[in-house]
Design a protein around this ligand. Structure first.
Ligand SMILES: Nc1ncnc2c1ncn2[C@@H]1O[C@H](COP(=O)(O)OP(=O)(O)OP(=O)(O)O)[C@@H](O)[C@H]1O
Ligand SMILES: [Zn+2]
Length: 613
């Protein structure tokens, strides 16, 4: 009996031979990658290349079981290969210590594989592999875990959606007005608290508008504690009083206009309550202390002492600080400030240091069993692809597999922990795998967004109500025929953006802008190719420059570019105005729904980015 006899019995000789002859690329040799490589060699996959850019860290050893203490500091890919060979010495593994972005792993490199398996930990690298696989027509199977959740997705060009067809859940974003003046959850308060940290001790950022500290910054303070007290008075007492005064003008709406259901209340503050010694008394060596929620009194003293300490640190270093969850003082400051804000807004969910760290630091625990289950499913999907007899459609028996591997809630509902769903078809509006894809060559260092919007989007592409995204960041939104009050703040941001050069907005060479048109519901992707030789008013186009947008809106025979007046702005007919308004409302609704869905899904809050929605 040879080592493969059981596998041959399950799969039959023909499939087993195919498996042995096939060649697969594994990208990533971390938590999932280690499990995957072991599974592959034990299943009889012999020709494998594995790429990882990283070296082994002590913190990897608890779950990346191909690595041992003596390997710390060495290449993950190389050691993974060495250990995996001990599981099956017949395997032919090629290990690369390098990034998948590297030019040595170009299209020709990809073409040698039957399937590419992703065992990565970030979206950008996945996007890159997605594009390489689309360009070469190679099947990509992607595995990922987040705590107890995990997923396996298979992709084949033209048959299934690509990795970028659906917008991926990005970092959760919150409306700035919720954060600034109407929070309803502890997470909102932690987001605010991180902004407060950045505003007081970090680099001054004009977008960080939680409160105005200019006067306070200009004043002379007796000492850092005096500064801390003034900050306290301002944010937890005066600003809150101002908010309630505003409500009093609307007495009939008092209470109902607050997300938390009750008008906010200043933190009681006196010489007595502001005694910073309590902080010292509260500090013990006990690790459990980190999981205890501070009393109001403790929050006040912690806030004052940490605010003073950070102020001292910033002054003595003469440089800006930035929030780091592993910086104890910063974390204590953020915890105390968030809890005091919870008090202000009657949010009865103050957090311990431990919980604040997880939320503020976006920590999702890595769980070895989730990785193991997902790696197993990756090999099952791979084997389906290898077994396919239709050379055109290799993914016909593949499924999207989603695992919810935390048993208690699943067991209660008597649901299977893994769901299989049909692979979704390509999204015709995908900016990566669909045809609405153009390249614009211009001088990105000198071209203003204003020029780009008017000449390229409105004129050349015939868009009417463009929204321009760079990743998840909205750079510009056409305001249509008039904006309501809520949008004023954003309108100002967009106006400022229009006067900036593309590079200053982060739009550099080979960036892909995602542009949608609210008026007719068509998406474009516009790849920017920078050419420093071009003049300000020059740009070149590659791709389909026909105005698909207008065609889609009016029907082929009525195709026409909307007229423009002297200001280069589109002239709207009454009907168009109505349509634009409806679309805008629809988008608003959709964003709201997306927001609610995210809120529901992610109790593990990701709070790094705060954007206006
Ligand atoms: N561009 C890339 N090229 C090659 N390998 C990459 C690239 N980006 C990420 N990786 C690798 O993908 C692996 C993902 O594994 P995993 O999610 O277990 O992350 P980790 O860094 O090992 O652990 P953790 O992040 O949980 O501490 C890592 O080993 C990482 O080095
Ligand atoms: Zn796509």
């Amino acid at each position: 009996m040879d080592r493969y006899s059981h596998i041959k019995q399950i799969y039959g000789d023909e499939l087993f031979n195919r498996m042995q002859k096939s060649k697969v690329l594994v990208v990533g040799a971390g938590g999932i990658g280690c499990e995957l490589l072991k599974n592959l060699v034990l299943s009889g996959y012999l020709n494998i290349e594995i790429i990882d850019l990283d070296t082994i860290d002590v913190s990897n050893l608890n779950r990346q079981f191909l690595f041992r203490q003596q390997h710390v500091g060495q290449s993950k890919a190389v050691i993974a290969k060495e250990t995996a060979l001990r599981f099956n010495p017949a395997a032919n593994i090629n290990a690369h210590h390098g990034s998948i972005y590297s030019s040595e792993f170009g299209l020709d490199y990809f073409r040698q594989f039957d399937v590419v398996l992703n065992a990565l930990d970030n979206v950008d690298a996945r996007r890159h592999v997605n594009r390489m696989c689309l360009a070469t027509g190679i099947v990509m199977i992607d595995g990922g875990t987040a705590g107890y959740r995990g997923q396996v997705n298979s992709y084949q060009k033209g048959l299934t959606e690509c990795y970028e067809c659906a917008t991926k859940a990005t970092q959760k974003t919150y409306a700035i007005c919720t954060i600034r003046s109407n929070p309803s959850t502890a997470v909102h308060c932690i987001v605010w608290s991180k902004l407060l940290f950045e505003r007081l001790f970090g680099k001054i950022d004009e977008a960080n508008s939680i409160s105005d500290f200019e006067i306070l910054f200009q004043e002379k303070h007796k000492n850092s504690l005096d500064f801390a007290r003034k900050v306290f008075e301002k944010v937890f007492v005066q600003d809150i009083k101002k908010l309630t005064e505003l409500t009093e003008e609307n007495a009939d709406k008092k209470d109902t206009m607050w997300n938390s259901g009750k008008a906010p209340e200043p933190v009681p503050f006196s010489d007595e309550t502001s005694n910073t010694n309590t902080a010292a008394a509260a500090a013990t060596d006990d690790a459990l202390e980190e999981q205890r929620v501070w009393s109001l009194q403790e929050n006040i003293s912690q806030f004052l002492s940490k605010c003073a300490a950070l102020h001292d640190r910033k002054t003595s270093q003469q440089s800006d600080l930035s929030f780091d969850k592993d910086d104890d003082e910063a974390l204590q400051f953020v915890t105390a400030a968030a809890n005091l804000r919870c008090f202000n807004f009657h949010i009865k969910d103050a957090k311990s240091i431990f919980d604040t760290k997880a939320i503020a630091g976006n920590i999702v625990p890595a769980i070895a069993t989730s990785n193991a289950v997902i790696a197993g499913m990756l090999v099952l999907e791979l084997t389906k692809v290898i077994s396919a007899h239709d050379s055109e459609n290799k993914v016909s028996s593949c499924r999207t597999l989603a695992g919810y591997l935390q048993d208690p809630p699943m067991l209660k509902r008597k649901k299977a922990p893994v769901f299989a769903m049909p692979l979704p078809p390509p999204n015709p509006k995908c900016f990566v795998c669909s045809s609405n894809y153009v390249t614009v060559t211009l001088n990105a260092k000198q071209t203003k967004l204003d020029y780009f919007v008017k000449r390229v989007l409105l004129e050349k592409l015939g868009l009417r109500e463009p929204m321009v995204y760079l990743g998840s960041k909205l750079l510009y939104e056409h305001s249509g025929d008039g904006s309501d009050d809520d949008d004023d703040e954003m309108a100002q941001v967009f106006k400022n953006n229009l006067n900036k050069n593309l590079t200053d907005l982060g739009v550099t060479d080979q960036c892909v802008l995602n542009v949608s048109d609210g008026a007719v519901d068509v998406d474009w992707s516009v790849r920017i190719s920078h050419d420093g030789v071009l003049d300000l008013d020059e740009f070149k186009f590659e791709g389909d420059t026909e105005s698909k947008v207008v065609a889609a809106a009016l029907g082929e025979d009525e195709k026409k570019i909307p007229e423009e007046d002297d200001d280069d702005m589109v002239v709207w007919t009454e009907d168009e105005k109505r349509k634009a308004k409806e679309n805008k409302q629809k988008r608003g609704l959709k964003r709201k729904r997306d927001g609610e869905e995210e809120e529901r899904q992610s109790k593990v809050a990701k709070v790094d980015v705060v954007e206006i929605d």
